[in-house]
Design a protein around this ligand. Structure first.
Ligand code: NAD
Length: 313
């Protein structure tokens, strides 16, 4: 099977690439940046805003995993106009290029987010819960992408699957998220700061578990459907700090007053993915953080070597 992964140089996409290759698929990446994590994969350089470039990249492909996006809410906030182009028109282009493949593309898997539930009613949500108009532009663009997928399925018979990812963590994660921030601070011997009493919980999903969920979406039952892929452990901010302290060593945990309006978190149920795809997160939070710390240290060591080499020249 030949697969195209848009955004295959990014955090989640690169793990989807690894997982697909490990299962024997032939993989091609379409991205604006070179894949830094492996060099044995076919790479098409381009923007998803360029329909013709996408059409070329999609030729001969059976399944498209669409993960290219402006994925950081801060980036969306700072440049909503650009983010809308990539997340909305870019998604339309991926669907359109797949449609124009003349039936060669059998399925498009779309990487969405559990953030689409932010305004939904109830503390516990699954795929059947009606969505309400989002307050953040990021969520608005991701929901629009979902709607385009459903419309392409209905109108043109293009099979699509929407995967709503929970908060991912693991090797190659962006620096700005809570786990990377705590790990970075702990390794520098700086205290870990918690706003409030630290009891606010989140569920996190290890990025390789997410990648596995993407591969399982190839199953024939996953046709024009939505699946939540979220972690199964509720982890409080205090637990994150304590886990990082346990793994890295003695580091202070400090508490500061709570920030007004901190999102308390909804419980997203991933039962459908378990029943239909046989998907369940396998990596415990402690093991996932341990793997992240190992990767982070290795990367820092490599960077240190590079810096030394540069200093010599
Ligand atoms: N990281 C999260 O917290 C999170 C959570 C839920 C869902 N998601 C979704 O998962 C997907 C992947 O997110 P990620 O965290 O791996 O993000 P990322 O930023 O690490 O990766 C996105 C990739 O898309 C590429 N890209 C951006 N614009 C492009 C363009 N115009 N043409 C081609 N490639 C382009 C980037 O170069 C990058 O490699 C996104 O759709 C995102 O919305 C992310």
């Amino acid at each position: 099977m030949r697969c195209l992964v848009t955004g295959g140089s990014g955090f989640i996409g690169s793990h989807v690439v690894d997982k697909l290759i490990s299962k024997g698929a032939r993989v091609r990446i379409f991205d604006m940046v070179l894949p830094a994590f492996r060099h044995d994969v076919e790479f098409y350089h381009g923007s998803i805003l360029d329909l013709e470039a996408l059409r070329m990249a999609i030729s001969g492909v059976d399944v498209v995993f669409h993960l290219a996006a402006i994925a950081d809410v801060k980036d969306v906030y700072e440049d909503p106009y650009y983010a809308e182009a990539i997340n909305v028109r870019g998604t339309m282009n991926v669907l359109e290029a797949s449609r124009r493949s003349g039936g060669r593309v059998k399925k498009v898997v779309y990487g969405s987010t559990t953030w689409v539930y932010s305004e939904a009613e109830g503390a516990v949500v699954d795929e059947s819960v009606p969505l309400h108009p989002p307050t953040h532009l990021y969520t608005a663009t991701k929901i629009t992408g979902e709607y385009y997928c459903f419309a392409y399925s209905r109108l043109y018979g293009l099979e699509t699957v929407v995967l709503r990812y929970g908060i991912p963590y693991g090797p190659r994660a962006r620096d700005g998220a809570v786990i990377p921030i705590f790990v970075n601070k702990a390794l520098r011997g700086e205290p870990l700061t918690i706003a409030g009493d630290g009891s606010q919980f989140r569920k996190f999903v290890y990025v390789e578990d997410l990648a596995e969920g993407n591969v399982l979406a190839l199953k024939s039952i996953a046709k024009n459907k939505i699946y939540n892929l979220d972690g199964n452990e509720k982890i409080s901010i205090r637990q994150i700090a304590e886990t990082v302290r346990e793994i890295i060593g003695d580091v202070k945990i400090e508490y500061i007053p709570a920030r007004p309006g901190d999102f308390s978190g909804k419980e997203v149920v991933s039962q459908l993915a378990k029943e239909e795809l046989g998907w369940e997160p396998k990596i415990s939070f402690r093991e996932g953080v341990k793997r992240y710390v190992e990767w982070f240290k290795e990367t820092q060591d490599k960077l240190g070597v590079t810096q030394l080499d540069l200093n010599k020249t």
